[in-house]
Design a protein around this ligand. Sequence first.
Ligand code: GLU
Length: 321
Amino acid sequence: MDRRITKEELKIAVTEAYKQFKENNEGKNANYIPYLASVDSDLFGIAVCLPGGETITVGDCNYRFGIESISKVATALLVLKDYGPETIMDMIGADATGMPFNSVLAILLENEHPSTPLVNAGAISAVSMVRPVGNSRGKWESILNNINELCGCKVELIDELYKSESTSNHNNRAIAWLLKGYERIYDDPEISLDLYTRQCSLGVTAKELSIMAATIACGGYNPVTKRKVFPPLLTEKITSMIATVGMYEYTGDWMFKCGLPAKSGVGGGIMGVLPGIFGIAAFAPPIDKAGNSVKSQLALRYIMEQLRLNIFNGKRIVVVE
Ligand code: GLU
């Protein structure tokens, strides 16, 4: 049986979540990338994008912050589209490592068995597969066009963040070269590392992320631009990856608590996908030990619980006028 939620109820839940958690001061900005440490810790916004293209926004939804790990979702979709799910399973895989996003140990343990494109190792592999292989400028265009199509806008690099990440990404450089040793990188490791760093340094707003989430929720159809960005089958593929590893090593706890497939980034953004229902995003810089924004988690969980949206509850939810 369908359960109906009105847009008004949704708006009230989003506004209430904002009010309830606005003053929360747990967590700390990521500081291993200097730029992120300097972002205003009080910024907070929540955005929802519906299949009809309407958006509901509360708080700082037009502030451009570092997309970071959420860019992994976009590039995973790009290679899924270009190579097909079977090839991605062979060349990267779809298994959660259960370890931190930047784990070198996970690569050593799983050298025979590639893991998901949603952690650093798999993401650098995915970037290495982006076409045209060997052509850094052409690859960047592909990555950027794809993110623009998903978000329905022109996303821009935050230069200062890119510089900051490029001078502090030693761990990722180690990952790229280790992958090369295991033949899990399919282009030049330095080009792949640089493009990965660049895609993480793109600036997005919570509103734009909610549009990307809605595009995934709507089977690859961007509800704002009305353009088809990827084939419908990829929604279930990418959402399954998001659901198993999107909140780093806390993903199981997160899914157990609120049943929202979500991908977070250390810049403070979290993007949630409810297939067929809507896309949602929240942004607040202070993060927990795993890298998930504290306030964004509280807000998304509140909305999920208030409206009983958990994807495992067996109800088909429809948002109506
Ligand atoms: N650019 C960051 C890194 O590679 C992304 C981390 C994240 O958001 O999970 O460390």
